[in-house]
Design a protein around this ligand. Structure first.
Ligand code: SAM
Length: 286
């Protein structure tokens, strides 16, 4: 199969183009050449993509595209792909990865269009390479739900997965997410990768509980990926009675006693029945 973007005029079709997640220097030469040759760029946010175009010194027509764009927008783009070069970009990183594009690719394929991808930056992949956690097997979990119950339920689905887990997060939600992960998965080794490829890039490693404590008082700024090591690296936290009671009270604030006891028992490596009995005592005394 010839490389459809090496010749001067690319074949008509859909070109999925990854763009930088911070450092604009990370745009590939092939991505820049393909964008320059595009008849139209389907962009998540045309104002953000305009900055990339200005950096590249290019002027290319753009149209907004989201997966919730109406059917007509998608049909128009798919029709244009028959004899034009349509480039799909998101605000940053690889389109479709917690970003729009899946439905456009699905429909382009269904219509028999030429579909190709120009691989490049992706925060999830960049973060796992920074983390020092096992990278042979991983599960990309995207964003956790906002609400505590939905978040706990989602985390519970991942508890038995024997792989490193990757989550996208934001600064204000970080500490609560780390605590919920410790509750649901046990106190595993983890990493918080922040502002990758930007001036204040950092990757902080530690157990989930250590990281929750670190970020609890000072929610960090910027864009964040949380990496959680696989089960088996679990380090149960040591707890005296006061710490255990505090953790139980916190956990019971947003879920039923049995669920709270289960999470806290897991976190501290204690017997679930003993912790449940203590939770009932605390609840009755409250
Ligand atoms: N499609 C993008 C990709 O390939 O990485 C991800 C888009 S998603 C809407 C945006 C999330 O990715 C952010 O909230 C953050 O969790 C993560 N992210 C994006 N850029 C990042 C960066 N430079 N450093 C750390 N995380 C980043």
């Amino acid at each position: 199969m010839p490389d459809s973007t090496i010749s001067n005029s690319p074949l008509p079709g859909l070109y999925i183009v990854a763009t930088p997640i911070g450092n604009l220097g990370d745009i590939s030469a092939r991505a820049a050449a393909t964008i320059a040759a595009a008849d139209v760029i389907a962009a998540e946010d045309t104002r953000i993509t305009a900055k990339l175009l200005s950096h590249l010194g290019l002027r290319v027509p753009m149209t907004p595209y989201h997966d919730h764009s109406d059917e007509r927008t998608r049909t128009t783009l798919v029709t244009r792909m028959a004899d034009e070069v349509v480039v799909l970009v998101s605000d940053a990183g690889t389109p479709l990865i917690s970003d729009p594009g899946y439905k456009l690719v699905r429909d382009a394929r269904a219509a028999g269009r030429h579909v190709t991808t120009l691989p490049g930056p992706c925060a999830a992949i960049a973060a796992i390479t920074l983390s020092g956690l096992p990278s042979d097997r991983f599960l990309f979990a995207g964003f956790l739900p906002n609400k505590a119950k939905a978040r706990a339920d989602t985390i519970a689905e991942f508890a038995a997965v024997r792989a490193t887990l990757i989550f996208y997060e934001s600064g204000p939600r970080l500490a609560a997410a780390l605590t919920a992960l410790a509750d649901g998965l046990g106190n595993r080794d983890a990493a918080v990768a922040r502002e990758i490829s930007k001036m204040f890039e950092e990757c902080v490693t530690g157990t989930l509980i250590d990281l929750a404590a670190r970020y609890g008082d000072a929610p960090p700024k910027g864009e964040i990926v949380v990496i959680v090591g696989p089960p088996g690296d679990v380090v149960p936290e040591q707890a005296d009675d006061a710490t255990l009671d505090g953790a139980l009270r916190d956990a019971m604030a947003d879920r039923p006693v049995a669920q709270a006891a289960k999470a806290v028992a897991k976190r501290f490596g204690l017997d679930r029945h003993d912790v449940y009995a203590r939770a009932l005592t605390l609840k009755e005394g409250a």
